[in-house]
Ligand binder design. Sequence first.
Ligand SMILES: *Cc1c(COP(=O)(O)O)cnc(C)c1O
Length: 400
Amino acid sequence: MSENWVELESRYFFPVGKRLPVTLVKGQGSRVWDEDGREYLDCVAGIAAVSLGHCHPEVVKAVQEQAASLMHVSNYYYTVPQIKLAQLLCEHTGMDKVFFCNSGAEAVEGCIKLARKWGKEKRDGAFEIIVAEDAFHGRTLATVTATATEKYRAPFTPLVEGFVRVPFNDVEAIKRATTGKTAAVLLEPIQGEGGVIVPDDDYLPQVRAWCDEAGILLMADEVQVGVGRVGALFAHQLYGIEVDVMAVAKGLGGGFPIGAFLAKDHCAVLGLGDHGTTFGGNPLAAHVGYTVLKHIIENDLSAQVAKKGEHLERRLHSLADRHSMVKEVRGRGLLWAIELDRAAAEEAVLLCLEEGLLANNVKPTALRLMPPLTITEEELDRAVEIVERVLGRIESGTPK
Ligand SMILES: *Cc1c(COP(=O)(O)O)cnc(C)c1O
């Protein structure tokens, strides 16, 4: 790759994130190419965002047509795409009201604000939000406070008041943490950045029942696991429950930035002037989001993802059988982690890159795969073959 981009990047950017040594210039379906024309199978998908694959013809057409007709005018005015997207989202989630923003963190931030106002008005000033260990909710000051990772929070104290942390997958801990000050429980139905942690089947139904009993809100952060990713349109639907509030982003835009939070009428307390945004729900983002969501619903991609997920699960289990360094594989649909017996995930990601696969080291000991929802079973097989080759190289201690 050209040294020039590396040098320029290091000159101009805050070094907040570590980039892999590749400059990507083109994508098509589940494949991307670097500037030297090398091809990679993409099992990162822009962090579970490129749901329909790169340059999907319907998404490209939606961007081109909407960009050529109306891109942005602000929410001072009615615009059609956001209204169509709002209706589609509500009809398929059982939610009643929506607010559009530009990212996942903004979506969760909106949920937090809603919970604060709801607590003030409906629960005697309750303002605390119960969050989970290993949670990730974003990088704004409030969402990073809700996030579990200490090193993301430590430089920015004092943080936002009112977050109480409990172990994930432990309803009794939520019960113990609930007080008169509690307004809501905020959870990822399946934790993504925490390492793809799938709770027991009865966890979310029990949390739902507790929130009803205690009279507090259940808010789902569906930013990573929503929009078909885990084999249901939204992850909480896998567990047969409804939530009061939810945050959506990543996969909704198919690679274009958009976020949203939604609430049921009984807690839709935001009123005139309570929240706002310049770009959120602009015609371009909303038309792309509408196109992506409609495609996923009309083609029942969630069911296809569930089927591909079972295929991938079988492949990963047989990989684990052949390699003792694989301690566990876990996930649903097209979001999986391969837990290793050593802190070799970063090395594995670099070796995968060498072998033509984009994968992610979600933890020092865990590799994450989150390909486009449109990936084929043959491509999934190829991804697993590459991971297998890479694990073999690490095991034999001759990575080069
Ligand atoms: C990625 C993510 C966010 C933050 O989204 P951004 O678009 O990066 O702000 C929030 N919650 C979850 C569960 C996520 O995976």
